[in-house]
Design a binder for this molecule. Structure first.
Ligand code: ATP
Length: 308
């Protein structure tokens, strides 16, 4: 589904609140057809970024381009976006249909069919007379999604939509994301503080920490990176890193805390690594091959120095 055309590009996007840099020079690209996972711990700046994209807040500096248009021109494309940043409030004693109908009229969206279409897209068309107050959390979240879909957006922005859902609700939500993306070509930017929640659906990732974009990577490249690596425990990591770059001519490694190097090259020839390190005067305490799960990748990205 991914297309090289960019739906969103941000250029050095920065937002400060007093002394806090909620977003610090973030430059990222969401391509048409992407399900882009924005991953960061609480307070990393995810909501701030989504607010800037949706026009709910303005950048302190930097710029963003929506559907190829930058600056104030980007605003004219906002009606092509659907947004859920905070859980929308629905009337407890109204049904799903009545709640959506209320919002449709309030927003001046033409055509009653939009309500039915949105309900179908989130599989809530058969909820009949059931009132919102009796919905499960998963159904409530899906109704929120239906509301964001009512204007038939090309680009959907979702802030932590999976938060608090039980495993069944998470699975339902993932399926919906895939259907929207595959069947309706919707590009989706979805934030989460749990990388593995997005693992089976995201096509690209942006990792945010303390307002900074640490890495932007396609799902394919991420899975490749996590596949296997050599973990080298040494007495002097900076010296070992220099040896990797000079004697072994690779910069495909990360330095982790505790004088550990994670090396993505020479997986089939670890003896070359041990020989080069010992020739260079580095004590090698252990060298093992291991695969890494996605959550650990993220944690190490936040904690370690990045070199790849
Ligand atoms: P969470 O999942 O906890 O919402 P987040 O990644 O969405 O985390 P943000 O809500 O974007 O993070 O917050 C980033 C930083 O900016 C935090 O330090 C937060 O306290 C600060 N911040 C966000 N909005 C405001 C505001 N309106 N006024 C002051 N500080 C703010």
């Amino acid at each position: 589904m991914r297309d090289d055309k960019a739906v969103l590009v941000t250029y050095n996007l920065t937002r400060t609140y007093g002394a806090v840099k909620a977003l610090d020079n973030v430059t990222l690209t969401v391509h048409k057809g992407d399900i882009y996972g924005l991953v960061g711990r609480n307070g990393a700046g995810k909501t701030t970024l989504l607010r800037l994209i949706s026009g709910q807040s303005i950048p302190t500096s930097g710029d963003l381009e929506l559907f190829g248009t930058a600056g104030h021109g980007a605003f004219k494309h906002r009606n092509r976006t659907g947004v859920i940043i905070e859980t929308p409030s629905f009337y407890p004693y109204l049904t799903a249909r009545e709640n959506l109908e209320y919002y449709r009229m309030q927003r001046g969206l033409p055509g009653k069919g939009l309500v039915e279409e949105a309900l179908e897209r989130v599989h809530l068309e058969d909820t009949g007379k059931k009132k919102f107050k009796s919905f499960s959390l998963g159904m409530k979240q899906r109704l929120g999604l239906a509301l964001a879909l009512m204007n038939r957006p090309d680009f959907l922005l979702l802030d932590e939509p999976i938060n608090g859902l039980d495993p069944e609700g998470v699975a339902e939500f993932r399926t919906l994301m895939k259907e929207l993306n595959r069947d309706h070509g919707t590009t989706i930017l979805i934030s989460s503080h749990i990388l593995t929640e997005l693992a089976s659906i995201a096509t690209s990732y942006g990792f945010l920490d303390q307002g900074k974009l640490l890495e932007e990577i396609t799902a394919e490249a991420l899975h490749e990176k996590c596949r296997t690596c050599l973990l080298a425990s040494v007495d002097n990591a900076p010296k070992a890193a220099t040896i990797l770059e000079t004697a072994l001519d690779t910069n495909s490694y990360d330095v982790l805390p505790g004088n550990v190097l994670q090396i993505y090259a020479f997986l089939d020839a670890p003896q070359k690594v041990s020989a080069a390190l010992s020739q260079g005067g580095v004590a090698l305490y252990s060298l093992e091959q291991k695969g890494m799960d996605l959550e650990n990748y993220f944690l190490q990205l936040i904690g370690g120095e990045q070199h790849v």
